[in-house]
Write a protein that binds this ligand. Structure first.
Ligand code: ZN
Length: 302
């Protein structure tokens, strides 16, 4: 099954819902960053939740950056997604593997920690980006996004995200759902949804059985009680390039660039998001320095 996300609304129009299959996406992240089980699950769950959050914004050009720092051994997680389902991300400590937790699951909460915050920056074309943060609930990621939506966006919701890691560190399954309560939803409907979510088989079991995003939403709302509105591909995608990093380098202090040029006769830059390496020769560095000097002059004039 290829990765894709579905957007839906319940037949009674009381809930909006999203579900995604993201095995390929998380597999690419796992390979790019050589993550071990707990880091794979923590990063993967964050990528999945960030993708659903970004695609839930009905604005062209919208994008979301999520930063999670919980004080646990996995360090910080950063994920960046746009409204078209492109996502990228990294985790500062990729080699975390922990004993399973009491439920027999990967101990994501233990890896991430819960003494910290989930920070979300929303950016839309033509608008200033804005950032809000909430304390982490459990560090299990799904709970933390649920808490963020309730606290920061005033949207009662349920976010479920899951990554199954095989013994050889490859990704066996990955995916998630996000259900948001719409204004006017009745208490009865909300209560019945809550019990449905509790009764449901565990998400990773459904994903391992190759249940599709549509299957998962049909299971949550009941067969035929959900209307699918849109399907879109989702992808781990990094838009970095040698030119983009050259622009970033141009912003560094000129003295710093000159000393690197003199001592190392060139430079290598590694992209945090996809681990791709870019080399700049001594000559290329010289042209970056020349450009930086020119920019400096022009900004001084202005
Ligand atoms: Zn990159």
């Amino acid at each position: 099954m290829k990765d894709y996300l579905v957007k839906a609304v319940s037949e009674d129009k009381m809930f909006r819902a999203y579900a995604v299959n993201a095995k390929e996406m998380v597999s690419v992240a796992q390979k790019d960053h050589d993550t071990w089980s707990a880091s794979s699950a923590a990063l993967g769950r964050t990528l999945i939740a960030t993708t659903m959050l970004a695609t839930s914004i009905d604005k062209s050009g919208a994008a979301i950056t999520v930063k999670i720092s919980g004080g646990g051994p996995a360090g910080q997680i950063v994920a960046d997604a746009d409204f078209q389902g492109n996502v990228k991300g990294f985790i500062s400590k990729p080699h975390i593997h922990l004993p399973l937790n009491a439920k027999g699951h990967i101990d994501v909460g233990g890896a991430v920690g819960h003494n910290g915050v989930l920070e979300v920056t929303r950016a839309s074309k033509g608008e200033d980006p804005y950032t809000s943060d909430v304390p982490l609930a459990t560090g299990e990621i799904g709970d933390d996004f649920t808490y963020y939506l309730a606290q920061s966006e005033q949207i009662p919701s349920a976010v479920g995200v899951s990554v199954f890691v095989n013994d050889d560190n490859s990704i066996g399954a990955a995916g998630g759902y996000m259900v948001q309560v719409l204004p006017g939803a009745s208490d009865k409907a909300i209560n019945s949804l809550e019990s449905k979510l509790k009764e449901m088989p565990e998400l990773h079991e459904l994903l391992l059985k190759n249940k599709s995003p549509e299957d998962i939403l049909n299971l949550i709302f009941g067969d035929g009680k959900v209307k699918f509105l849109e399907t879109m591909p989702v992808l781990f995608y990094c838009n970095c390039s040698k030119d983009k990093f050259a622009k970033d380098l141009k912003g560094l202090p000129i003295k710093e660039l000159q000393s690197v040029q003199k001592e190392q006769h060139g430079m290598e830059v590694v992209c945090n998001f996809c681990q791709k390496k870019y080399q700049y020769s001594e000559l290329e560095l010289q042209s970056i320095i020349d450009q930086a000097k020119l920019d400096h002059k022009n900004s001084n004039k202005a």
